[in-house]
Design a protein around this ligand. Structure first.
Ligand code: HEM
Length: 466
């Protein structure tokens, strides 16, 4: 504990306003959750700004809220309004019948089968950005800012799969700056007393509008190019899927998404679709650099599959490869918390009565670091996720959430991360700069290294990337 931090008891005595607590949750959400769990155990009951808030830390409670009692909870309207202010009305920012319809129409486009159809677009994006950003000659090395690299690759992947659009390093950087600035601004607004209307001047508004404009221009240009030029033919990308998707519910009359819904879902997919995957890969690379024996075992697995002439899709499903990524997401879950939920009616979770209107928070980070579910929780042990390992306790592992709002892009992200990881592991050796260790994690919407993570990438002698 640092000198300016009050101890737990002093912090919790500040009820009913809870302002110091709110400040701590805003500045250091991981530290705040850890302290609350240490002080309260599996359920923390707080009163913040005269509102009752529960933190649930145990897997069983998470499952009850997200799955068993899903219809007793909704996502927080205020949070959805904040995201709507830059993304419009899409599958993330709507609730009820509107959300159900959009989710139903979009789901087939993100099925494992459909995602397999995006493999060639993903492969091309990865090969191009790796060629531009990393050493090309065998034996050559470069010290790389890992987050910059993973942002560049995942941005290229999402733009290529969404619009068949190949970006440049500078453009990828501009777009990621705009998206991260907008998401950070949204997270600041979460802690404001009210959601400001569009016309009201407020801190950060001018930058927010400029960033929205950058993204809008990109999305509108891409959609217009496709819809105003039918001769362009099918690109087999996500935009094609969105344009062709129909609602197959019996009463829906095969309706499609409106033009506005297509635009707003593009804004979402491209914001949701790179920062989380980039965060997971950043930590995965850091872990490979600090666990050479695991990186070596992984290379052996990929080498054998390549020697057998396995297709790319098979390589992306290799068990040890996927175990290294799953375990990286357990230790460093890209989303450390789920969107909060609000109780629609009185309900009992475990033996805790939760009354209507109460806000509940589930911390994925806490679930993933619980030693009751994971022996030696702070150790990187990919074997936990091999097919013959003992089963992971129910709901103890949920990097993609659970219940009806679980991540729409789960199969997409899993395929994308496996392809990127396989490509990098095949072609490069990773090591940390002399005398350095992995930085502390820090919640910057997604989980990022607190200080720049730099890794030495050395091109291997004789490699054939997948
Ligand atoms: C490692 C990568 C990713 C992680 C860890 C992740 C995590 C999550 C989580 C935890 C949720 C649930 C939020 C909640 O229940 O409140 C979610 C929802 C969502 N994710 Fe992802 N995500 C990832 C990648 C992606 C990608 C690549 C896409 C799209 C291409 C995507 C699209 C979405 C959408 C649209 C939702 C909202 C679903 C709904 O509310 O119905 N995600 N994600």
């Amino acid at each position: 504990m640092t000198a300016h931090q009050p101890n737990d008891a002093a912090l919790l005595k500040t009820f009913p306003l809870g302002l110091p607590l709110l400040d701590m949750i805003q500045r250091d959400p991981l530290g705040a959750a850890n302290r609350l769990q240490r002080h309260f155990g599996d359920v923390a009951r707080l009163d913040i700004l005269f509102r009752r808030v529960y933190y649930f830390f145990a897997p069983e409670a998470a499952r009850q809220i997200l799955v068993d009692h899903q219809s007793d909870f909704t996502r927080e309207a205020r949070l959805l309004r904040i995201f709507e202010s830059f993304q419009g009305k899409n599958v993330l920012t709507t609730e009820g019948a509107d959300w159900e319809r959009q989710r139903r129409i979009l789901t087939p486009g993100f099925s494992p089968k459909r995602v397999s159809g995006y493999i060639e677009l993903m492969r091309a994006a990865i090969a191009d950005s790796v060629r531009e950003e990393l050493p090309v000659e065998a034996g050559h090395s470069a010290l790389i800012d890992v987050d910059f690299l993973t942002t560049r690759i995942t941005m290229d992947v999402i733009l290529r799969t969404l619009f068949s659009y190949a970006t440049t390093s500078v453009e990828a950087s501009d777009i990621s700056i705009a998206i991260r600035a907008l998401t950070r601004q949204s997270m600041r607004e979460v802690f404001w007393a009210f959601v400001p209307p569009k016309w009201l001047p407020y801190p950060g508004r001018a930058d927010k509008l400029a960033h929205i404009q950058t993204l809008n221009t990109l999305v509108t240009t891409q959609i217009r190019a496709r819809t105003s030029n039918p001769g362009i033919g099918t690109q087999n990308d996500v935009l094609d899927m969105l344009l062709a998707a129909r609602d197959d519910a019996p009463t829906a009359g095969n309706s499609s998404l409106t033009s506005q819904e297509i635009h707003d879902n593009c804004m979402l997919l491209f914001s949701a679709g790179f920062d989380t995957s980039s965060s997971a890969l950043t930590w995965w690379i850091g872990l490979m650099a600090t666990h050479p024996e695991i990186a070596g075992r992984l290379r052996d697995e990929i080498d054998s599959a390549m020697a057998e002439g396995s297709p790319l899709e098979h390589i992306a499903r290799l068990p040890y490869l996927n175990a290294t990524i799953k375990e990286a997401m357990r230790l460093y879950s890209p989303s450390t918390a789920l969107f909060t939920r609000v109780a629609l009616r009185d309900v009992v979770i475990g033996d805790t009565p939760v009354s209507k209107g109460t806000l509940v928070a589930i911390r994925i980070w806490s679930l993933h670091h619980d030693e009751r579910s994971f022996a030696e929780p702070d150790r990187y042990r990919p074997e936990r996720f091999l097919p013959d390992a003992p089963a992971i306790p129910r709901s103890a592992y949920m990097p993609f959430g659970a219940g009806p709002h679980f991540c729409l892009g789960q199969h997409f992200a899993t395929m994308e991360m496996a392809l990127i990881a396989a490509h990098l592991a095949m072609d490069f050796e990773f090591s940390l700069a002399e005398g350095t260790t992995l930085p502390e994690p820090f919640v910057d919407v997604a989980l990022k290294p607190k200080t720049t993570l730099k890794v030495q990438f050395t091109r291997r002698q004789k490699t054939r990337s997948p």
